[in-house]
Design a protein around this ligand. Structure first.
Ligand code: SAH
Length: 345
């Protein structure tokens, strides 16, 4: 395993195995996860020979920043990073009044196949390591010089399809000697892998789980999300209830509104009937059109009508503000443009 993906205990075991004193692990952990140094050479309280040994046996995970786009409208930034194997991933930095938020990718590509999503068009390449998820945040902190208070795992990939690495990532991100981000400030978004959602519930973390619902019936959902062929709403909704019972955390439902597809009053009513009994919050997202598909955003009036209907039935609902509309905004678009250009297509 790479050193930056190790917990403190694992780091201790690793370096005592290399003949070093156990307390050095604390120093190293702090260099890596709090001070965010990029090279062993910067770990000035370690001996030269030990640093060389580490460089030899445990080369550090690094991401190379290839591109940064900044929105002239709201200051949102999109970053494109290159991994050591040449793959590229994207991450987003958003400034809110309550602090800075980073949206990270959890996989290179995705195999879930949601129809409206650009990240899945070329399938899954590989899982990201915990260190590669962390480095997206660390790279952005180094670049902006600002703290990050919120992390959302809503970039490319299905986080619950990379479960073990995701959990390790959360453990490292929340560790006291690292960035020490509160679990409550972390959101993980899933397309709805039922077994993994149950498993996550049993970890009893205080993170927010967001479920990409996008339709109130199985039939409609299957049109948009192939994963709905595997798990029906009959299983999914009780799993959301279970998550709440186990963790005390209310579920967020994400619902991307697509004109003429899932935005009618009837669908709002079906949605109400489906989730009314749950302690939840609904996030309405005007779909972000991608050029490979002809999905269009619902009109402003439709979005408001949909929202009002939910509110009248006492469901918490917000319309997600669209950030960075002038940059390659939708999930996976920046990465896709870059890889296609590189391949000369
Ligand atoms: N795989 C996870 C997390 C990544 S996608 C999931 O499915 O939840 C993050 C969110 O963005 C999901 O709700 C996804 O459905 C939504 N999304 C993807 N492409 C979109 C687009 N073009 N417009 C609006 N929402 C989109």
């Amino acid at each position: 395993m790479d050193l930056k993906s190790m917990t403190m205990e694992e780091l201790e075991a690793c370096i005592t195995g290399l003949g070093e004193k156990k307390f050095r692990a604390g120093q190293m952990y702090q260099w890596l996860h709090e001070k965010l140094v990029e090279d062993y050479d910067q770990m000035t309280n370690l001996s030269q020979t030990f640093r060389e040994k580490l460089q030899d046996q445990y080369p550090l995970t690094k991401l190379k920043m290839l591109e940064m786009q900044e929105s002239a409208i709201d200051g949102t930034r999109k970053y494109l990073f290159e991994l050591s194997d040449g793959n590229v991933i994207e991450s987003v930095w958003m400034k809110y009044h309550h602090g800075n938020s980073v949206c990270i990718s959890s996989q290179v590509g995705c195999r879930m196949g949601c129809r409206f999503c650009a990240s899945t068009l070329d399938g899954l390449e590989r899982n990201l390591l915990p260190s590669e998820m962390l480095e997206q945040i660390y790279g952005i902190i180094r670049h902006t010089g600002e703290r990050v208070s919120n992390v959302v795992v809503m970039g490319t990939g299905e986080p619950l399809d990379n479960y073990d690495n995701l959990l390790r990532f959360i453990q490292l991100l929340t560790a006291e000697k690292g960035q020490h981000i509160s679990q409550r400030n972390i959101t993980v978004s899933t397309c709805g892998l039922v077994e993994k959602m149950r498993q996550l519930a049993e970890e009893k973390l205080q993170i927010t789980l967001a479920l990409s619902l996008h339709a109130p019936t199985d039939e409609k959902r299957r049109e948009l999300m192939p994963v709905a062929n595997k798990y029906s709403l009959k299983e999914l909704i009780p799993t959301c209830q279970y998550y709440f019972e186990q963790t005390g955390r209310r579920i967020t439902f994400e619902y991307s509104l697509v004109a003429g597809v899932n935005d009618t009053e009837e669908e709002a009513e079906e949605l109400i009937a489906l989730i009314q009994h749950l302690n939840c919050h609904v996030n309405l997202i005007p779909v972000n059109p991608i050029k490979e598909r002809n999905y269009r955003q619902s009109g402003r009036d439709n979005i408001l009508r949909f929202k009002n209907k939910l509110e009248k039935n006492k469901i918490n609902v917000t319309i997600r503000r669209e950030m960075g509309r002038d940059i390659d905004g939708a999930c996976g678009q920046l990465r896709r443009r870059y890889t296609l250009q590189r391949k000369g297509e």
